[in-house]
Design a protein around this ligand. Structure first.
Ligand code: ZN
Length: 277
């Protein structure tokens, strides 16, 4: 049974990934993500279902349109592959639960935002603004998604209120931190170093994961970003670096390892579960 579920979530991820590709292509262009069906961007011919099987069709057709032979972006294959593995790993981490559904939706939207940011250097408001509100509301109904201990554990009794406070401070810390960074970046580099989209994205991550995870996300993304050479890119003439993908990757790593990292860190500080922030 477990093996069937693993295959199911991997396949589901690939299918959802195929839809996420449609979102990546159409959302920035202001097109409907529901209709019309998939078309070749070059020749405009309708893509049949058998040429639209996630991952497989791309390999079988060697990344080319069946009709006109023009190349299809490898991004289609990459997004489907990432989504497939992400869905499988989230299932293994959270099992069949409501939490799993939330994480599947949350990380799917992170994936869409990352690839839109890659291509267009923007993150559409239609994704991150509702995401902030949804993250806050979900926190009230699924307080177990938030890390404990929290500094206000002794003030509030209801887990829902504690999680809501965590979500709200995640929004404020996440958004506020990058606003400060954006202003500082502009002062130092004399140009836009951080976009408004990044601010809203981190606020959304804070809404879903709380302030500690948002801080951890910043730390992880900065670490990865500097390894990849973000600082070198910052000095390049007039180029704006998309930071969204790093934040998204940081958040996904935080989902899997964040709780362990935070508890380990608190333990090192000698705070453990007794909590003395
Ligand atoms: Zn074509």
């Amino acid at each position: 049974m477990h093996v069937i579920l693993k295959i199911f979530f991997f396949a589901l991820g690939a299918i959802v990934g195929s839809f996420l590709n449609v979102c990546v292509h159409r959302l920035p262009r202001g097109e409907s993500i529901v209709s019309p069906g998939s078309r070749c961007p070059k020749c405009g011919r309708h893509i049949c279902w058998y040429d639209n099987v996630p991952m497989l069709s791309y390999v079988i057709l060697r990344g080319r349109c069946r009709h006109c032979g023009s190349g299809i972006s490898s991004r289609y294959f990459v997004v489907e592959l990432i989504a497939a593995f992400l869905f499988l790993m989230l299932f293994l981490r959270f099992g069949l639960s409501v939490d799993l559904l939330v994480y599947l939706a949350f990380t799917s939207s992170l994936l869409v935002m990352s690839f839109i940011d890659f291509e267009h250097k923007i993150i559409p408001d239609i994704l991150d603004c509702p995401g902030i509100v949804i993250g806050f509301v979900v926190s009230i109904f699924l307080p177990a998604m938030h890390v404990r201990p929290q500094p206000w554990d002794s003030i509030f009794e209801s887990p829902a209120v504690i999680a809501a406070a965590d979500s709200l401070s995640g929004i404020i810390l996440g958004g506020g931190f990058l606003v400060v960074l954006a202003i500082a970046g502009k002062a130092v580099f004399k140009k836009e170093a951080m976009g408004g989209g990044d601010v809203k994205l981190l606020a959304m991550i804070g809404a879903f994961l709380g302030w500690q995870m948002a801080a951890l996300t910043v730390f992880i993304s900065a670490l990865i970003g500097s390894v990849v050479g973000i600082t070198a890119k910052l000095r390049m003439k007039g180029s704006y670096i998309p930071y969204g993908p790093y934040l998204a990757l940081g958040a996904i790593i935080a989902i899997f390892y964040g709780e362990r990292i935070i508890l380990w860190y608190l333990g090192r500080l000698g705070m453990g579960s007794s909590l003395a922030f």
